[in-house]
Design a protein around this ligand. Structure first.
Ligand SMILES: Nc1ncnc2c1ncn2[C@@H]1O[C@H](COP(=O)(O)OP(=O)(O)OP(=O)(O)O)[C@@H](O)[C@H]1O
Ligand SMILES: [Mg+2]
Length: 233
């Protein structure tokens, strides 16, 4: 379970201060599928980056299974990210000179896994995302939907339990985008992964278990009231 308590993120630029997240409270259960919506600049990416320890909050507390992530030193935060978090981006963010297989292998190399273990895990992921016959292809030789599936495989390969997806269908046509969402739904349902997805597309958001709407760094609506602030205090 993830709990954010009174998370504030401020960006200071000279004498200007911008509040990207404003005392945000949220609780996300393990195995949930959450969609985050909101206008451009409302704080969606900032929230994902804090959840994924790519960025730190200015104030507030972040708990993952009762571990106070906000108190960890940078190397422990990096360890938490490597062990638990997988990111997926709108533009796939694959390394263009690396094959499909090599791209998926990157997090395993970062963890120092040997060749045999890497090969077995990559093969399993290639099967899971349906790209076994593309392992030697370069990213620019496969479709956008296939590239995003490679990115999903890379996000999952080292055993992440939380998938953070920042507009993962934004660069895809709607039918290919739906295939990517179907894959995320499958790993959520069958493997119990927690999926937190930013999207501008209501049709996609409506397939999540919950939707929260951000405005000016605050949650303005959470359809079914699952993360109402008073529950946390
Ligand atoms: N590194 C930064 N320095 C200064 N301001 C920033 C920085 N990153 C984000 N911001 C500001 O914080 C606010 C929230 O940005 P964020 O990227 O989280 O929005 P978003 O909801 O993801 O928007 P979009 O839908 O356009 O991706 C915006 O006003 C943005 O300009
Ligand atoms: Mg964004």
């Amino acid at each position: 379970m993830i709990r954010l308590i009174d998370i504030t993120k401020k960006y200071v630029n000279g004498s200007n201060e911008l509040v990207a997240l404003n005392r945000l409270n949220i609780q996300i259960e393990k195995g949930d599928f959450l969609a985050i919506m909101g206008a451009s600049g409302s704080g969606k990416t900032t929230l994902l980056n804090i959840l994924g320890c790519m960025d730190v909050a200015t104030e507030g507390e972040y708990y993952f299974e009762n571990i106070p992530i906000h108190t960890l030193k940078q190397n422990k935060k990096d360890e938490f990210r490597k062990n638990h978090i997988g990111f997926i981006f709108q533009n796939f963010a694959l390394l263009k000179d690396y094959t499909v297989k090599e791209n998926i292998e990157i997090p395993l190399r970062a963890k120092g896994y040997g060749k045999k273990k890497r090969e077995a895990l990559v093969r399993e992921m290639l099967e899971k995302v349906g790209l076994a016959e593309y392992e030697k292809s370069l990213p620019n030789k496969i479709s956008g939907g296939q590239q995003q599936r490679v990115a999903i495989a890379r996000a999952l390969v080292s055993g992440a339990s939380i998938i953070l997806a920042d507009e993962p269908t934004g660069a895809l046509d709607s039918s290919t985008g739906q295939d990517v969402i179907d894959l995320l739904k499958r790993i959520n349902r069958d493997d119990g992964k927690t999926v937190i997805l930013v999207t501008h597309d209501e049709k996609i958001a409506s397939q999540a278990n919950h939707i929260i709407m951000l405005k000016d760094g605050r949650i303005v609506s959470d359809g079914d009231g699952f993360c109402i602030e008073k529950k946390l205090h």
